[in-house]
Design a protein around this ligand. Structure first.
Ligand code: PLP
Length: 814
């Protein structure tokens, strides 16, 4: 039990409806899907643009939650729990966190800036944890919701906090300041990210700096554009490469595989080597050196620890594994907070009910070991984990706390026994502290394919979904089209994510796509756009819902429905209003009505049509005529059959351009994957897919020599040529070769030279620094798929869906 939770909730102004459920509060939650110990949880019902956690309260009461912070009490729940009624539940959560924070009195480092916050936080944690019990924000929890959740995880054993604060608009920082109340401030790199929320750079810096209003000290790089006047009580501790008036003056020397920083502080000089050469990492590392100096660490210790810095991996990656397993790779950190997050992610991505966790010793929890591993064991149980494989001396010691658990004292011991562990048809979370080198385990478990991958950003998908949801009226349902393997991005993983977001329907083109999803455990209703008559039986067996578009199809389906004695089986009636592809035409409506009338085997679940020109403002009139005809035909069906089905006609560009015709549902497709034909809207969508490969080989050819089949490229100077293992068999059009297209290597454009081969292509890398093994971006942020489509005279849809299935998809979440 944590008395500070009760103390903090009682401290915020609210109307308390006390129904005398006096359980000991021990946890705070905002997410109904990932609850750990129901009866001890205080639940804040947050309200988003398109989600309202109040809807889940009765479900949560069934799961024994008895204490809620709400803005209203849902009907029927009045007497079943305690309620703290407030006006604004997010505001209450923030006030709660601010009070909770005030009950602790130890140094807290607050980080803000445009870039580098999470990396500096992770590095400081690494550098300081030998001497402190550190509490830090998990992953990049730095928002208006993330910060309170991070702060609430502080407990009695911690003696140093590291929290990051991120803002995208004016006046957000004040709220974060109240919750973090940093005593030590660090301003990391100020770039141009999120500039749109601010008038100018100066205002952005001022706003960010307000995090440090009550700090004792602020650490930052002197920068001519930072016109910063510290707060009265705040001292500054500055560094610079150029300004000798700074407290710490730094000279950097970049070498092939490291950078040497010469640090001059209080008249003394010493060197620090860091294993990075890029500017961002160097600045982030210096922020860390500054904190260590402020903590009065000896240069020898600073040097020893800094040289061990490592690249921070903030993503949880999902990979295909051996024997039909899938793997969630979180092999870079192990602390209690991030374990919770990883287990939630495991649940949202599991492909079978068998869930395995490979877990190293857990560090820096601030709890004693016995308490810690009991908590871990509870977490494992409440997440229905099938088996635990523990690696490390401490976790081995507490093996008995876990059911179905094997342990090894070292990673090497696990690897030696790996063959006997029989990994098969399961979802495996690999989670360990860096020192355990779990990347070796991931490598063993991973399905081996070649180096070309399509990386799918699941956060971006969520972002895009929410963007389009925000355009819908409150009652409008949403169907998401995941046909053609989720527009090439991956069927199951995306469907699973959409299920998590509680969309209303999925749409696929063919029955087998729907069957695959159902077989993998997707429970959302699935409409099949293009069912063949031969697939009706399977459709029924798998509870898929057919789109019916002709009398012939309808009769065939009704026949099977009668044979199987179905009752009210959902079907979807497609009307042809002008697309002239599939659907009932106006002159068949009477016969359609006659055929459907009185039939109890089926139920018209929805009526739909599809717009031919929704993306083209020049042809708005045509779309409007389609909508009018849809209104007429569907009304007639509804009147004469006395039914109230879901009606829907808008696809992605329809959502953008015909807001008034949302009817009861819309069908989102390409927009989910990050594409809009409206320029303004395009800017607000996030890129989902990045197609990546590597450089296999580099050679230099002389002027007059040629490259590739047919000698289509002849060098006119000495040319460096890089070969990349991706070709037209992977879905890269040959039209993209011979100087038309380019790839990006280390942020630089490299033109594709010569013809694209079946499995390879060659680029000119004469004027850039790169080496064999370097990563190559084929498309993503640059070049964009839209740009490629334009150059190739096609549309984004075709490029996405052409990427061959042999290209491995890797899903990740930031
Ligand atoms: C593919 C498809 C959609 C989605 O279209 P987008 O343009 O990708 O949004 C909607 N409805 C039907 C019938 C479709 O075939």
């Amino acid at each position: 039990m944590n008395p500070k939770i009760l103390n903090s909730i009682q401290n915020i102004p609210s109307k308390f409806i006390d129904n005398h459920f006096d359980g000991a509060l021990d946890a705070v939650s905002i997410d109904s899907r990932s609850l750990q110990n129901g009866s001890q949880t205080l639940f804040f019902a947050l309200v988003g643009i398109h989600s309202d956690a109040h809807h889940y309260i009765s479900e949560l009461i069934e799961n024994e939650v008895r204490n809620f912070v709400v803005s209203y009490i849902p009907e029927g729940c009045e007497a079943k729990a305690n309620f703290y009624v407030v006006e604004d539940t997010l505001g209450a959560l923030q006030e709660f966190a601010a009070h909770y924070r005030s009950l602790f009195d130890f140094p807290i480092i607050g980080l803000t800036g445009s870039n580098g916050k999470t990396i500096v936080k992770e590095w400081l944690n690494f550098l300081l944890s030998p001497d402190y019990n550190v509490i830090r924000s998990p992953k990049s929890y730095n928002s208006q919701v993330g910060v309170p959740l991070s702060v609430i995880a502080i407990n009695e054993q911690h003696n140093l906090g590291i929290f990051e604060a991120g803002i995208s608009a004016r006046s957000e920082m004040q709220k974060l300041e109240k919750m973090i109340k940093p005593t030590i401030g660090v301003l990391t790199n100020i770039g141009s990210a999120h500039d749109e929320g601010f008038l100018n750079l100066k205002e952005k810096i001022k706003e960010k700096m307000s995090l440090f209003e009550n700090s004792k000290i602020v650490i930052y790089q002197i920068n001519e554009s930072i016109d910063y006047a510290p707060f009265a009580k705040t001292k500054v501790f500055t560094w610079s490469f150029t300004n000798k008036d700074s407290d710490v003056f730094i000279v950097k020397n970049t070498h092939v595989d490291q950078t040497i920083l010469n640090v001059c502080y209080q008249g003394e000089n010493f060197d620090v080597n860091i294993p990075f050469q890029d500017e961002a990492s160097i600045e982030n590392a210096i922020s860390c050196v500054m904190v260590l100096l402020y903590f009065k660490y000896d240069p020898t210790i600073i040097r020893n620890r800094m040289q061990l810095l490592y690249p921070v991996e903030m993503r949880l990656k999902v990979k295909n594994g051996i024997n039909n397993c899938n793997i969630i790779d979180d092999s870079y950190s192990s602390d209690f907070q991030s374990l919770k997050i990883a287990l939630d992610f495991l649940e949202s991505q599991k492909q079978s009910d068998k869930k395995t966790v490979i877990l190293s010793d857990i560090f820096q929890s601030g709890l004693n070991k016995d308490e810690l591993y009991s908590k871990v064991a509870d977490l494992i149980v409440s997440n229905n984990i099938s088996r635990v494989i523990g690696i490390g001396e401490t976790i081995s010691e507490f093996k008995d706390k876990f059911a179905n658990c094997v342990t090894y004292t070292t990673t090497a011991a696990f690897i030696a026994d790996y063959e006997n562990l029989d990994f098969n048809n399961e979802t495996i979370l690999v989670k360990g502290a860096r020192s355990f080198q779990f990347e070796e385990i991931v490598w063993l478990l991973e399905e081996k394919t070649h180096e070309t991958v399509l990386e799918i950003n699941l956060n971006a998908i969520s972002h895009n979904l929410n963007f389009f949801k925000s355009k819908l009226k409150p009652k409008t349902k949403i169907m998401v089209m995941v046909k053609a393997f989720g527009y090439g991005n991956g069927g199951f993983e995306i469907a699973k994510l959409l299920e998590h977001h509680k969309v209303d329907y999925l749409g696929v083109a063919f029955a087998d796509e729907g069957i695959a999803l159902k077989n993998q455990g997707i429970q959302l209703p699935i409409m099949v756009l293009n069912p063949e008559n031969t697939s009706f039986s399977a459709i029924i067996n798998y509870q898929l819902e057919p789109e019916i578009y002709s009398l012939k199809g309808l009769r065939a389906f009704l026949k099977i429905a009668a044979q199987k004695e179905l009752k009210h089986f959902p079907i979807h009636i497609k009307l042809d209003t002008g697309m002239h592809r599939l659907g009932f035409e106006a002159d068949t409506i009477d016969e359609l009505i006659a055929t459907l009338k009185g039939n109890e085997n089926i139920k018209v679940q929805s009526i739909l049509s599809h717009l031919a020109t929704s993306d083209d403002v020049m042809q708005e009139g045509f779309a409007k005529a389609q909508i009018n005809l849809f209104e007429k035909m569907s009304s007639k069906l509804m009147d004469e059959l006395q039914i109230k089905p879901i009606r829907h006609i808008l696809n992605t560009s329809g959502i953008s351009n015909f807001q008034d015709s949302q009817y009861d549902m819309v069908r989102l497709g390409i927009g989910l994957y990050g594409f809009s034909n409206d320029l303004e809207e395009q800017k607000r969508l996030e890129n989902v897919g990045t197609l990546k490969s590597i450089i296999s080989q580099i050679r230099t050819i002389s002027s007059e020599e040629s490259v590739g089949y047919g000698r289509k490229f002849i060098a006119n100077r000495e040319t460096r040529v890089a070969t990349i293992p991706i070709g037209y068999a992977d879905g890269i059009s040959r039209g993209w070769g011979n100087g038309v297209g380019y790839v990006v290597i280390k942020k630089q454009k490299a033109t594709i030279i010569g013809s694209i081969c079946m499995d390879m292509l060659m680029v000119d890398c004469t004027d850039m620094e790169c080496k064999e093994g370097d990563a190559v971006i084929i498309f993503g942020e640059n070049p964009t798929v839209n740009y490629m489509a334009e150059q190739l005279n096609t549309i984004s849809y075709e490029i996405l869906t052409s990427i061959s299935q042999r290209v491995k998809r890797v899903f990740y979440r930031e």
